[in-house]
Ligand binder design. Structure first.
Ligand SMILES: [Zn+2]
Length: 198
């Protein structure tokens, strides 16, 4: 039983349980696995985690991941399309479809008023600025097909709408409740080419 573990091990289990898909039993297995690792390996792991934000910073322009400075999407693409994502990881899923060569913009959170994530966390001003500066003609909203995804997409559509700007959303073929990261490339590619004007 968990309550019989030493306190420091319980603390480690509590940290591991914060990982997606990791419950108490799995967290306990991981914690005991760590106990078998050499101190040097654990030290390297610890250092990797400590330096993570510094070594893989978000691109200051779009929020995708960058080695340093501006990311490769921002620095290599001339385009009038902007794809709005809820996670930097989703950019890689979209890239894999091979259907999109435009710019990205990662918002920090999907709207979820119940969790205290309100519209002011969206930084709409930054999105507006990018649309202006890049002369964007097409905005593609690529959020998960969930209540939060739908709420946020609708909010963006209502606030970004203007003449000469097409706003579409990936929804076609995406099952309700589905998350971009778990969708296979074929389905996502289909959703991309079948994106619907809002
Ligand atoms: Zn960027």
């Amino acid at each position: 039983m968990a309550h019989k573990f030493p306190e420091d091990l319980l603390a480690l289990v509590a940290h591991l349980k914060r990982l997606p898909g990791v419950g108490t039993r799995t967290a306990e297995r991981f914690a005991f696995e760590f106990l078998t690792w050499d101190r040097s390996v654990l030290k390297t792991l610890g250092e990797t985690l400590i330096d993570l934000h510094g070594k893989v910073p978000p691109c200051p322009v779009c929020g995708c991941l960058a080695d340093r400075g501006i990311c490769r999407f921002c620095s290599h693409r001339e385009t009038t399309s902007l794809c709005i994502l809820a996670s930097a990881r989703d950019a890689y899923a979209v890239e894999e479809t091979g259907n999109y060569r435009g710019l990205y913009h990662v918002i920090e959170h999907l709207l979820s008023p119940l969790d205290g994530r309100h519209t002011n966390t969206l930084r709409l001003d930054r999105i507006e600025k990018r649309i202006e500066e890049n002369n964007i003609r097409e905005v593609i909203i690529a959020f998960d097909s969930t209540l939060e995804g739908d709420t946020t997409a609708l909010y963006l559509k209502n606030h970004l709408a203007r003449a000469n700007l097409s706003i579409s959303r990936l929804a076609f073929g995406l099952p309700v409740g589905s998350s971009l990261e778990y969708i296979d490339g074929g389905t996502l590619a289909h959703a991309f080419s079948g994106r619907q004007i809002y």
